[in-house]
Design a protein around this ligand. Structure first.
Ligand code: WTA
Length: 635
């Protein structure tokens, strides 16, 4: 396919080599060619991983919304920017043109300003997958406010923790959301959260489900009447390259979520460039990423990356199983989607339904298929390839993280030969390294270890909000002078990368990052619980599901156990959200510990996987005798 941006493997290698040999020249050319700047940079890159301090395009002035919206108005004003597909298939899709997006973002930006929001203020956005979510994000960026989107499936506790951590002055929320046949009350969750958020001055409410909600006087306002009154013109705030654009929270190995801070210019340049090349996106393609904008995938590859390229990006409110499991294929057919980007957990759930539902639809528009969020297993890969890609559309298995901001390892479609379960080659500008336990880089091929990145790339997170120490400790202290990803990986005989999974206390369930610590904290709040430990175990649809070992203060009867089981999952739902519920709970007398008191999750993981043949040396444990008990109980 000769009219793609990158045409063959040799061209990829040429561009890649240039990006590594002369990173500053390379990114400078990309920045010059593809974006509009109010002022160009003084220096392309300065960095020091020991501090760590990373700056891209220092001295440059810009506004990302001028790049995502304004500059397209002359040539693409009437082109669809956001194609909104509602939850209910009978509700018509909405085509929001670049002209209309411009007006709506400006109106929203003016409303924010009228409510005292200015450059640098934090605004929390708790809105489901409707156009107002993308518009709120862009409105913040328009006036230089820092958005912090919280996934609208998180509990009130998770919401208030995030609001308080970054001192948000305002919350933009919705009355509720549609999820298949269900409606979910969001305002109730917001009200509960705000009981412990004294810093929030105003709440702007989007009306979506028309539920009867209570508005708190002086604090809550309906958004629509304010938008109707607002001017459609709002000058863009001129931002410095390294001004924060947004905060997005991700789980870590302690109970407190990490507010990853992404800045303006580098994030824009790299997400836009990677969108264009990793998807080989061309003008007039219709692109669809099924992620929620509440996660990084939605930030970078529903909103910023596509819009910076003047693309048409589909925003889908619903779920893959409503009204039936054919919904994704129906939408692809209806809107003639060219690039389709989803998660392995969705692929597995859909594959389970067989292929009859797929065959009812015309999927011939598809050119590129993407996968993200967790390792894609071989079976799911083949199903996706055979049934959706019809063996002709390449699958790009894209590895990246909230922290990396954008895709880091991926095949280039129609260029890099794919290999099931392999993310294959580094994206342009990315320098991965495999490192052993001693922190030494393993050079050459056929090596396995921890995945690190040796050199800065423009979209990397710059810090953790108000906790630079934790940023340094988490990412730059494991291996000297490298960014440590927390993932394990291998490099095969031709240099292809395969991600083997997390090597820290994060577990990926249905593509969502969950830290073990906050879940254990929630369980331990139960008055009957003495102690708990969470591990992952293989699950047909979720990839990995959660297995909890719980010791009780008073080992009770079986009957009591069933109640405690329910109550534990209720607590988890309240503190974190339903995505963190445990699939299995095993009550046990004791947890295996090292002499320093650390729970040996490795052993618990093996038992959860029902693989007890090789537990390693357990004689050094503080309480080796408990291991056999746990095995006996499990089996
Ligand atoms: C995992 C999502 C294997 C990985 C963009 C990473 C993957 C974590 C892949 C980040 C992939 C993501 N293959 N594993 N293609 N993509 N992961 O921050 O463990 O939500 O560290 O970002 O997901 O999850 P996050």
């Amino acid at each position: 396919m000769s009219n793609y941006h990158i045409k063959h493997l040799e061209e990829y290698y040429q561009i890649y080599r240039k990006s590594i040999r002369e990173p500053e020249n390379f990114w400078e050319e990309v920045a010059e060619e593809h974006f509009v700047w109010r002022k160009k940079w003084d220096k392309v890159l300065s960095w020091d991983f020991s501090k760590p301090e990373i700056k891209w395009f220092e001295g440059a002035k810009l506004n990302i919304t001028e790049n995502c919206i304004d500059r397209h108005l002359v040539t693409r004003g009437n082109k669809t920017a956001i194609l909104f597909e509602p939850n209910n298939p009978d509700e018509p899709a909405e085509h929001i043109s670049y002209n209309e997006l411009h007006e709506r973002v400006n109106q929203m930006a003016n409303v924010l300003k009228d409510h005292g929001i200015k450059k640098g203020d934090r605004v929390c956005i708790y809105v489901p997958m409707i156009p107002e979510l993308a518009i709120s994000i862009l409105a913040c960026a328009r006036i230089g406010a820092i958005h912090s989107v919280v996934f609208a499936g998180f509990s009130s506790t998770a919401l208030s923790t995030r609001i308080n951590d970054s001192d948000c002055k305002m919350v933009i929320a919705a009355d509720g959301s549609y999820r298949g046949a269900k409606t979910i009350d969001l305002k109730g969750i917001v009200d509960e959260a705000l009981e412990s958020c004294p810093g929030v001055e105003s709440v702007l409410m989007v009306k979506r489900i028309n539920s009867d909600i209570k508005m708190k006087k002086g604090r809550d306002k309906w958004l629509q009447p304010l938008l109707d009154e607002a001017s459609t013109q709002c000058p863009a705030e001129i931002m410095d390259a390294e001004d924060p654009l947004f905060i997005l929270y991700t789980s870590g190995s302690t109970g407190k979520p990490k507010g990853m801070v992404h800045t303006t210019a580098g994030y824009m340049v790299y997400t836009a460039y990677s969108f264009k090349n990793a998807f080989q996106y061309r003008e007039n393609d219709v692109y669809w990423c099924t992620a929620d904008i509440g996660w990084i995938t939605g930030h970078s590859y529903i909103v910023y990356g596509p819009l910076a390229n003047g693309a048409t990006t589909v925003l889908f409110e619903g779920i893959p199983s409503y009204p039936d499991f054919g919904r994704f294929w129906d939408i692809i057919d209806k809107h003639k989607v060219n690039q389709f980007y989803t998660a392995p957990t969705a692929i597995r759930a859909l594959a389970k339904q067989g292929s009859e539902l797929v065959e009812k639809f015309d999927l011939s528009s598809i050119k590129v298929l993407g996968s993200v969020g967790e390792p894609i297993n071989e079976e799911a890969w083949h199903w996706y390839n055979d049934n959706i890609g019809k063996n002709k559309s390449p699958i790009i298995d894209t590895w990246w993280q909230t922290e990396t901001g954008a895709i880091m390892i991926t095949p280039i479609p129609y260029v890099t030969p794919t290999k099931p379960t392999y993310a294959t080659l580094p994206f342009i500008g990315v320098q991965p390294a495999i490192v052993n336990e001693a922190g030494e880089e393993l050079k050459g091929n056929q090596v396995e270890g921890r995945l690190c990145i040796k050199f800065p790339w423009p979209s990397m997170a710059r810090t953790i909000w108000r906790d630079h120490k934790r940023y340094k400790e988490t990412y730059f202290s494991t291996v000297k002078n490298m960014y440590f990803t927390g993932d394990g990986a291998l490099r095969d005989e031709v240099g292809y990368y395969r991600i083997t999974g997390r090597v820290d206390d994060v577990i990926i369930v249905s593509g969502h990052n969950l830290g073990t610590a906050p879940i254990e904290d929630a369980i331990n709040e139960h008055p009957a619980v003495a102690e708990s430990a969470i591990v992952g175990f293989p699950h047909e649809i979720k990839g990995t599901a959660l297995y909890g070992y719980v010791t009780l203060k008073d080992a009770g009867e079986g009957r009591i156990h069933d109640n405690v089981r329910k109550e534990i999952n209720q607590l988890i739902t309240e503190r974190i959200g339903p995505i963190a519920k445990l699939d299995k709970i095993q009550f046990t007398q004791g947890l295996p510990k090292t002499r320093s008191g650390k729970i040996m999750r490795r052993i618990l993981r093996k038992i959860a996987e029902r693989d007890t043949s090789n537990l390693g040396d357990i004689s050094t444990l503080l309480n080796p005798e408990c291991v056999q008990d746990i095995i006996d109980e499990a089996l």
